[in-house]
Design a protein around this ligand. Structure first.
Ligand code: ATP
Length: 262
């Protein structure tokens, strides 16, 4: 079992009281799955990813990675954030090389290996550029190359494409699927986009809001490989999307009384 969350609960204590973010979250992710957590804004998705990443601790429940309780971040988990988080003072190549530090590679080999990962995301010709010289999509590709270069067993991705325009987002989704198909890393992916979840995932956890709970766990049975835009236009894609939209809508607008004209 790559990731195991058992009865996980979490809250923040602040000056205005306690905010319960997660309650009784139960998720088991097998090695090699592309697992997506989907839920409305504020339901605790990022908090959950931070718990799996070891950046914050669950207040109750058990969190284990490959059977071992999580006690902090580790090289078995690579994280990709929405905001790219590149080192702006390092070139593209050096950003990726940085991830190789903990791998026992001779120094002379690091540039070669980093270049191979840049090749994987199509950025080998930009290796001497600095982050400020790249578009948002290119920066996110560097972040993906850097995370993969560390060779983690699990990729944790927190809305990595949310800041990109829709065409770039779809392109990177396709690239990510191809990379996943080649490397078979376990992916723990966070999004609020139903389209993104259905296109990418093998399984989807729909979260309820306030506090976030595991509302439904769904197998996404769209045929593989599907790293092609035509996969988005099939009847099966629409059916899976509709099923999830129904579940999500109940969460976002359960008893909506606001937003209606008098
Ligand atoms: N450091 C913090 N202190 C207090 N409350 C926090 C803190 N971080 C997050 N929260 C609260 O916890 C709840 C869950 O936040 P979280 O960022 O995990 O949700 P999310 O589902 O990722 O949201 P979004 O999709 O909008 O990014 C929110 O109500 C948020 O206001």
């Amino acid at each position: 079992m790559a990731v195991s969350l058992d009865g996980v609960g979490h809250w923040f204590d602040g000056p205005s009281g306690r905010t319960q973010t997660l309650s009784d979250v139960n998720i088991q992710i097998q090695t090699g799955e592309f697992f997506t957590v989907l839920g409305p804004s504020g339901c605790g998705k990022t908090t959950l990813l931070n718990i799996v990443g070891g950046f914050i601790e669950a207040k109750v429940g058990d969190v284990a990675i490959f059977g071992k309780p999580v006690s902090g971040p580790g090289p078995d988990r690579g994280v990709i954030f929405q905001s790219y988080a590149l080192f702006r003072w390092l070139s593209v190549l050096k950003n990726v090389e940085f991830a190789l530090h903990h791998r026992k590679l001779p120094k002379a080999k690091r540039a070669d290996v980093a270049l191979q990962y840049l090749n994987l995301v199509g950025l080998q010709d930009f290796r001497h550029h600095y982050p400020y010289q790249l578009s948002g999509g290119m920066k996110q590709r560097v972040a993906i190359a850097r995370a993969l270069a560390a060779d983690p067993k699990i990729l944790l991705m927190d809305e990595p494409f949310a800041a990109l325009d829709s065409q770039m987002r779809e392109l990177l989704q396709e690239e990510l699927l191809e990379i996943w198909q080649r490397t078979r890393k376990t992916v723990f992916f966070i999004t609020h986009s139903v389209d993104e979840a259905v296109f990418l995932s093998t399984r989807i956890c729909v979260m309820s809001a306030n506090p976030g709970r595991t509302k439904a766990l769904l197998t996404n049975d769209l045929p593989q490989p599907r790293a092609d835009y035509r996969a988005r236009t099939t009847a099966a894609f629409q059916e899976n999307k509709e099923r999830i939209l129904g579940l999500i809508r109940d969460e976002v607008h359960p008893n909506r009384t606001w937003g209606r004209l008098p």
